[in-house]
Design a protein around this ligand. Structure first.
Ligand code: NAP
Length: 868
């Protein structure tokens, strides 16, 4: 963890591995367990679908176990209790009555989540929580004793949902997010129940087309033979699960620019919400409408101007006033509460002032987001003044950790309502424009589960599922599942912090977290990210992956395209090269070893550069140390992009040569190449670690070269062609010998036959096949024609040497198009155009590699070279 300097504002946030995209991944069962069930103990079935009840009944009969059904369906079967899920109290009474008769149950199968209907803006999540989630919460509490008795049975509870067989990460349909209240809650019930009873649990999602028989069989098979993994997807008959994979945000295009936008922000009065609002004000000057439960009173501006002594006097006065009230007995608690309100309103007032000072227009409304009539009134006022707004950032939240056994149900509702029901109220009031956005502060508790946070997880995963469902309806919606933050907010409350730290959870710098949050709104496209450092022992099922390699070459990996989910991004469809392409299947020299490949999505390669397999390196050495030529980096990227997308890109753009790859003491150097496809583009980088002689990794991972594939390309050849082709056959003004007296390149890199002319505007040179080949055992099939690019670099470099009197090396390229990928003829021409210097003193060139007929082979725009 690197300590940041004072005043750090999250500038390095994207360099740290904090952003993970939620993804479906295969989870084949490698070993089958053999759990036991008892013939004498009951399994409870919670279901409202007669077909499902029938299928499970059959399954239980086959397994030879007793069962009892809780349902709202009228039936005459004797092992059934008719219940009313719509009343918490009635459900609890019915379960308690059953428990009094038959406490020694061995399992619970919970199917109420498998029949949830479509998304309905008018539905009340509060009421739906009672119906779909609370029966499980109640059952796990009521039947604690039975589940804890594991003498003759491996006790369990199993939950079925029916979204898309992948927990909503695949479907493009809208669905009712209340299922998130069940999935999020279950991730925590699982832990609370396991801690107290040792019972195992399963959460399985099925496709809408799954048959009741299939659901019953698969569920019971998991219960009896599965591993300990909680979340199991079943889509297309593939056993899968949900992982979070590190994915860097592509910041090349703003998809939702916040400049000039009006945003409603809840929970921005303090903590991380306040921080995010300040970043928005400073970076985008958006209009921010603050909804806060804290009241700004008439006197707040006056209080905000007071110094410590004046505030102490004010507190004293409040105490006197309380004592003077004959209707109540004044207590110190009353004083603290009253003075707390004063301090809160000062904090909020100061925060709002800060936003204004940073350049935002601010509107404030006093609003308890749990109060639906207050919400309606405030939304009406906002609409009257501003029309519908451009976005909602929802940070209001409450958290009180308690195991389900100790939780007050009223608190469950409160914690759920402050996030989930309040959001549904915003939706019902239609406050956000149809082309607007929703951004939710949610929590890892809803993704990975945490002891004591079931209500909070229900609320958070409700929001996460809302983001998926809203995205499927065409909105821009993002849920950011955050881990604990350093020094601020609910993660550092006494007790919570100690618990998280003792479990090895890394606390995130809030400056990083809030900058990532903001960038996700502006640049992101997926409906959910996980924003976290290591989760330590909190991640029971190892769902948070740190390296792509860890998931192997699964088919359905993550992507960062518009809708996220598991469908690989469409292969980058760069325009095809003009000339017939070489056989790209043979262009594999620089791919090294493919460690993982998800076609159209992500590729990981490991390549070793050494003097045997790449002998030209000996001819590209500075002071005895071989350097991997930048052009071979370009070739590596072209081959990587081809393997990743299935298409040979036309070229590359935004190429950066950050750090040379050196073969110190002529020793081999291993690098990793990572390529990621997103939409029509692939982005790639070459990185390496420094391993000392003891085999220990030293320092941070080094990033050497990066590049993106080139999409459309507009040639500028016509504007220089006449000039470039003038005097092609003139005698050389600088001979090859003179050039390579100045340059360090050995025979296999001596691509220039001579310089025809050079002045401060341009240079014309002749390319010739090198006197020694790059490889001794025959040429490799290449896609970038790297030696032509090398010749262009050397041509421009020679101009730098002649005019600017400095030796320059490649630093970056805005665009390089390889217009002819065939093996070049022995002789070609190079024309370099000087375009001046960059602000930081690098020389800037365009360059063209062409033949005597005026056909361009390689065209380079914005080649930057840096002086040595
Ligand atoms: N901090 C973390 O480590 C962390 C981690 C993951 C997720 N999150 C999420 O991030 C959000 C902000 O967390 P935080 O740590 O900054 O917590 P916080 O300091 O407790 O802030 C929560 C905010 O919600 C507001 N709020 C609560 N009930 C409200 C109501 N009925 N109506 C209107 N506003 C209400 C609070 O107002 P008051 O000022 O009146 O309390 C406060 O501004 C929460 O949604 C939380 O779940 C935080």
């Amino acid at each position: 963890e690197r300590p940041e300097r004072e005043g750090y504002q999250g500038e390095h946030c994207h360099e740290k591995k904090l952003r993970y995209v939620t993804t479906v991944a295969d989870a084949p069962l490698t070993e089958r367990e053999n759990r036991r069930l008892s013939k004498d103990r009951t399994v409870l079935l919670f279901a409202d679908n007669s077909q499902l009840i029938k299928a499970y009944a059959e399954e239980f009969k086959e397994l030879g176990v007793k069962y009892h059904v809780f349902t709202t369906l009228k039936t005459r079967s004797k092992n059934t209790t008719i219940v009313n899920w719509e009343s918490y109290e009635e459900t609890e009474a019915a379960l308690k009555a059953y428990e009094a008769e038959d406490p020694n149950i061995q399992g619970i199968v919970y199917l109420l989540g498998a029949t949830i209907k479509k998304f309905d803006k008018k539905a009340s999540p509060h009421a739906e929580l009672t119906k779909y989630v609370m029966p499980l919460f109640i059952a796990l509490r009521v039947f604690e004793k039975g589940l804890a008795n594991r003498q003759d049975a491996d006790t369990f509870f199993a939950v079925n949902t029916k979204i898309d067989g992948n927990f909503g990460y695949t479907t493009k349909d809208e669905f009712n997010p209340i299922v998130g209240a069940l999935t999020g809650g279950t991730t925590c019930y699982r832990k609370d129940v396991y801690e107290r009873t040792g019972a195992i649990s399963k959460l399985m999602d099925f496709e809408p087309t799954a048959t009741p028989d299939e659901m019953a069989q698969k569920t019971m098979d998991e219960v009896l033979h599965g591993d300990m993994r909680l979340m199991i997807g079943t889509r297309d008959n593939v056993r899968s699960t949900i992982l979070s994979l590190p994915t860097r945000l592509d910041k090349s295009v703003k998809h939702f620019d916040l400049a000039g936008k009006t945003i409603i922000f809840t929970g921005s009065g303090r903590g991380i919400g306040a921080m995010l609002s300040q970043k928005i004000a400073a970076q985008y000057h958006s209009k921010i409408i603050v909804l806060d439960i804290i009241e700004i009173q008439e006197k707040t501006p006056l209080w905000a101007s007071m110094n410590e002594a004046e505030l102490a006097a004010l507190k004293k006065q409040i105490w006197e006033d309380l004592k003077a009230d004959p209707t109540k007995k004044a207590t110190p608690v009353m004083l603290e509460r009253a003075f707390g309100r004063v301090k809160d309103s000062i904090t909020l007032y100061n925060n709002l002032q800060k936003l204004r000072n940073l350049g935002s227009e601010v509107e404030y409304y006093h609003c308890d987001v749990m109060n639906s009539s207050m919400m309606k009134e405030v939304c009406t006022k906002i609409k009257a003044k501003n029309g519908r707004v451009d976005g909602l950032i929802h940070f209001a939240g409450l958290e009180r950790s308690k195991l389900i056994y100790d939780k007050d149900p009223a608190e469950y509702y409160r914690i759920f309502d402050v996030k989930a029901t309040s959001f549904a109220t915003f939706l019902a009031n239609n406050i956000v424009r149809d082309d607007g956005f929703f951004a939710f502060a949610s929590s890892i508790a809803g993704k990975y589960g945490n002891l004591g946070q079931s209500d909070y997880a229900s609320a958070n995963d409700y929001l996460a599922k809302s983001a998926l469902s809203l995205s499927n309806q065409g909105y821009r919606a993002i849920s950011i599942a955050m881990s604990a933050y350093k020094n601020v907010g609910m993660g550092v409350r006494a007790g919570v912090e100690t618990f998280l730290r003792s479990n090895g959870v890394d606390f995130v710098d809030p400056e990083d977290g809030m900058q990532i949050f903001l960038d996700e709104i502006v640049y992101g496209r997926v409906p959910e990210i996980v924003l976290t450092g290591s989760l330590g022992r909190l991640d029971w099922d190892h769902q948070l992956k740190f390296e792509w390699d860890e998931i192997g070459a699964a088919d359905n990996g993550s992507d960062d395209s518009a809708n996220g989910g598991n469908t690989p991004a469409a292969p980058a469809a760069a325009p095809k090269a003009a000339a017939p392409a070489v056989d790209s299947a043979k262009a594999t020299h620089f791919l090294g070893e493919v460690k993982s490949l998800q076609k159209g999505s992500e590729i990981h390669l490991e390549k070793e550069f050494n003097l045997n397999s790449d002998p030209y390196l000996a001819d590209h050495a500075i002071e005895g140390t071989p350097y991997v030529p930048g052009v071979m980096g370009i070739e590596t990227f072209m081959e990587t992009a081809t393997a990743l997308t299935g298409e040979v890109p036309q070229g590359l753009k935004d190429v950066h040569f950050y750090l040379p790859i050196k073969l110190l003491r002529n020793r081999p150097q291993a690098v990793r190449v990572i390529g990621k496809a997103s939409g029509n583009e692939a982005s790639m980088e070459i990185e390496s670690d420094f391993i000392n002689s003891k085999g220990v990794k030293m320092g941070n991972t080094r990033r050497h070269f990066t590049a993106h594939t080139l999409g459309s390309f507009v040639s500028t050849w016509d504007s220089v062609k006449a000039e470039a082709m003038t005097g092609l056959n003139a005698p050389m003004s600088v001979s090859k010998e003179e050039i390579y007296k100045k340059y360090f390149h050995g025979p296999s890199f001596q691509v220039l036959a001579g310089i025809v002319r050079v002045d401060k505007h341009a240079s014309l040179a002749v390319y010739h096949t090198t006197p020694r080949p790059q490889w001794n055992d025959g040429p490799r099939t290449l896609l970038a024609n790297p030696m032509l690019i090398e010749a262009a670099f050397q041509c421009c470099g020679f101009q730098d040497m002649s005019i600017e009197h400095k030796m320059t090396l490649p630093d970056g390229i805005a665009e390089v198009a390889v217009l002819n990928k065939q093996v070049p003829p022995a002789q070609l021409y190079l024309y370099g155009v000087n375009r001046g210097n960059t602000a930081d003193g690098k020389t800037l060139h365009d360059a063209y590699v062409f033949d005597a007929q005026g056909n361009v082979w390689v065209e380079i725009h914005g080649y930057q070279a840096i002086g040595q």
